[in-house]
Design a protein around this ligand. Structure first.
Ligand SMILES: Nc1nc2c(ncn2[C@@H]2O[C@H](COP(=O)(O)OP(=O)(O)OP(=O)(O)O)[C@@H](O)[C@H]2O)c(=O)[nH]1
Ligand SMILES: [Zn+2]
Length: 360
């Protein structure tokens, strides 16, 4: 018998530690490092980390491009933390909030020797914790000893980099009569790795042997709930449900991948950058993210779990069709969902059409 957490559980703890600002120890064979997310780093922990040895600040290639620094490691860059640098420097490199007001100037000393395995795993953890993708990395000689002494989570870099989709367990479903259809039913799915739950709204009783009218809707607190005019999410959500209500059947997946997978706080950071004149894609890049960090395997897996293999997909995003098909769901038809354009989101929709391939 063992009550010890397994790897998935240790990974979930590591994500929680990152959000709390507790250091995590990453290891890879003989190498190990103490890793902390910049976003949750406090002055004392920074001082303690710097006392351990020469620290690196790892940022993604997109953030590096904004800072005009070459990403020698491809997808990321390891910047040596200069002597005497404090929390202000670390935060200014990681967080674009003040890029325009007080631009941070180089030259930055990027490391070219050694490798970035632990740094990459740290950035992966920060992203999974929905934090700004920038981590402080301090190499140490004996990871297991330091983790044991201070009660820190110790995890292998390869485990932190896992790309396996966490199994999604159906939790419960029950009837929820809706304005668009009294025959509504809400299903809850919970990932084994402790990440956010996802939901499916089933309307009527769609025949599983035929293509179902389906929508993969990514959570948008501002659009779906507040009626924000900056995007078209709210009208798309309601429009999709009404089409399903009119057809008497359909399935809408409500995927908790807020802000195209970067989380609500980061989406608001992106909005703040948009207020400074950057578009939706540029804002994501300045923060260090890809334009779209969503994992479409989740939607495909939920459809399969519910017995659907063929869909008529409500979307204006051809990449979504492609990514879903790649995940084994047959998209027999793309059904356009053009609703909710207004003077505030006109530029946003035009940018998505120009840069992300959406069909206007
Ligand atoms: N990062 C970021 N996310 C945004 C922004 N505006 C909306 N979102 C999120 O984008 C997601 C919706 O994605 P969209 O790109 O609008 O649409 P799509 O799902 O790719 O395509 P459709 O199926 O046609 O709606 C939701 O998770 C929103 O929270 C933004 O400016 N920045
Ligand atoms: Zn939205």
């Amino acid at each position: 018998m063992s009550f010890a957490p397994d790897l998935t559980e240790i990974l979930a703890r590591a994500r929680a530690d990152m959000r709390l600002g507790v250091p995590v120890v990453l290891s890879d064979g003989a190498r190990a490092a103490v890793v902390m997310a910049v976003e949750t780093l406090g002055p004392q922990r920074l001082a303690d980390a710097l006392a351990l040895g020469q620290a690196d600040l790892a940022i993604t290639e997109h953030r590096a491009a904004t800072l005009k620094t070459a990403a020698y490691d491809g997808d990321l860059v390891r910047l040596a933390v200069p002597d005497g640098a404090g929390l202000d420097w670390v935060q200014a490199v990681a967080d674009p909030a003040d890029d325009l007001r007080v631009p941070i100037k180089g030259p930055f000393k990027a490391r070219r020797t050694g490798d970035a395995v632990l740094h990459r795993a740290g950035i992966r953890l920060a992203k999974a914790a929905r934090l700004i993708p920038a981590v402080l990395v301090v190499p140490i000689a004996n990871g297991a000893a330091l983790a044991g002494e201070h009660g820190l989570t110790l995890i292998g870099a390869a485990q932190a980099m896992t790309t396996d989709l966490s199994p999604l367990a159906p939790v419960i479903h029950a009837k929820v009569p809706l304005e668009v259809s009294e025959a509504g039913r809400l299903h809850i799915f919970r990932p084994e790795d402790g990440a956010e739950e996802h939901y499916a709204v089933e309307i009527g009783s769609p025949d599983r042997s035929k293509p179902v009218l389906a929508r993969l809707h990514s959570a948008c607190f501002t659009g779906d709930l507040l009626g924000s005019l900056k995007c078209d999410c709210g009208p798309q959500l309601r429009g999709a449900l009404s089409q399903m209500g009119a057809a008497g059947e359909g399935v809408l997946l409500y995927l908790n991948q807020e802000g195209r997978g970067i989380g609500l706080a980061n989406k608001m950071r992106a909005y703040s950058l948009q207020d400074q004149g950057f578009d939706t894609v540029e804002a994501n890049h300045r923060l260090g993210f890809e334009d779209d960090e969503r994992d479409f395997r989740i939607g495909a897996e939920l459809l399969r779990k519910m017995g659907f293999s063929k869909v008529r997909l409500l979307t204006n995003n051809p990449a979504k069709v492609e990514r879903l098909e790649h995940c084994g769901i047959e998209v027999v038809e793309r059904v356009p969902l053009k609703v909710g354009e207004n003077r505030f989101n006109h530029h946003y929709l035009a940018t998505k059409a120009k840069k992300s391939g959406h069909i206007l």
